[in-house]
Design a protein around this ligand. Structure first.
Ligand SMILES: [Zn+2]
Length: 336
């Protein structure tokens, strides 16, 4: 179990082993690769494999199949007036800009309402297009990434740690490579879903990341996280008809199994959020049809766009998350 997850999922090039002494029944973790003196921490392996998750059986109230389940929704990025700073701002000529943080929040609110109807207790990491971190962005001029990435994501991770969700869902949209240089557009449109893993050797060399790797390992969230990612990727694929993102081989990500949509990757959010965390990234915002659909906004029913009838893209995305989440937690649906 230890070797399976650590060597196959988290540290595929095995650079973490430079800090460890692993024996048949225990592992010792050292501060550095010299492994001198007492280890920082040691633990013994359990004799039994942990259950992926206790079977919930049939819900007591059939209309509330998610009763007792806690879902944290994390709409990625800040949006609003921060979208340019965080480089999540797409504007074509004089048209209104698309701001990823704003889009993600709109989707997350629809998901929240839907999940609550099924009895889930839900929390959004944020409810407006303002930062969660209390730090002052003016203190970070010239090093803005520290503000909108490090501090912002750590502030959200604190919420995750307090809420202790059964599943954290990070909601994002993607952008694709341009078809023609100088023009922002692409005809391509794809989906990727991330679980945590695939640390590069340089990331393993950072003490804090090693600590966070072990926190992830010891919370034993991988198996459930992967199952949730597979189920959610399938409901998103069905709803959107998107193709899988096809990354070139890299030490920083890999496909975990035969599912073409699910990659392991070491992202700040899926590393430092406590508990199983799936990170969704459907749609290329610079695909012409996606762009139009995002600009139109949310609406009821269907609308013809570029010769095809579409649900609002916000609802299409949200409904797929709701449907997938129902399947993740409904044991009967999992036995199909
Ligand atoms: Zn994003």
């Amino acid at each position: 179990m230890f070797d399976t997850i650590i060597a196959k999922i988290y540290s595929r090039d095995k650079s973490i082993y430079k800090y460890l002494d692993v024996t048949a029944d225990a592992v010792a973790i050292y501060r550095d690769t010299k492994k001198l003196g007492e280890p920082l921490f040691s633990f013994k392996f359990a004799n039994e494999e942990p259950a992926v998750r206790p079977d919930r059986g049939k819900p007591a109230d059939e209309n509330k199949p998610l009763a007792g389940i806690k879902i944290l929704l994390d709409p990625g990025h800040i949006g609003g007036r921060y979208s340019k700073m965080e480089e999540r701002h797409f504007q074509w000529k004089n048209e209104p800009p698309l701001k990823e943080g704003t889009i993600n929040l709109e989707v997350a609110k629809i998901v929240q309402a839907g999940l609550q109807k099924y009895g889930a207790s839900t929390l959004l990491t944020k409810r407006s297009v303002t930062p969660v971190t209390r730090k002052d962005p003016l203190d970070f001029i010239g090093r803005e990434t520290e503000f909108y990435r490090k501090h912002e994501i750590r502030a959200r991770a604190k919420i995750a740690q307090i809420f202790k969700a059964d599943l954290n869902i990070c909601i994002h949209v993607n952008a694709g490579p341009k078809d023609t240089p100088g023009e922002p557009w692409t005809r391509d449109n794809r989906l990727v879903v991330f679980v945590h893993g695939s640390y590069g050797a340089d990331e393993i060399a950072i003490e804090r990341q090693r600590f966070e790797l072990f926190r992830k390992l010891l919370e034993q969230s991988h198996d459930f996280e992967l199952r949730a990612a597979m189920i959610l990727s399938e409901s998103l694929r069905k709803a959107t008809d998107l193709l899988p993102v096809d990354y070139a081989p890299s030490p920083y990500h890999f496909r975990v199994n035969e599912n073409l949509f699910v990659y392991a990757r070491n992202l700040a959010a899926n590393r430092i959020f406590a508990g199983p965390t799936v990170y969704l990234e459907p749609y290329y915002i610079n695909n012409v049809t996606v762009y139009k659909r995002l600009q139109i906004g949310d609406y009821d029913g269907l609308l013809e766009i570029d010769g095809e009838s579409h649900k609002s893209i916000y609802r299409e995305y949200a409904d797929a998350i709701i449907e997938g989440t129902l399947k993740v937690f409904n044991s009967e649906a999992n036995q199909e």
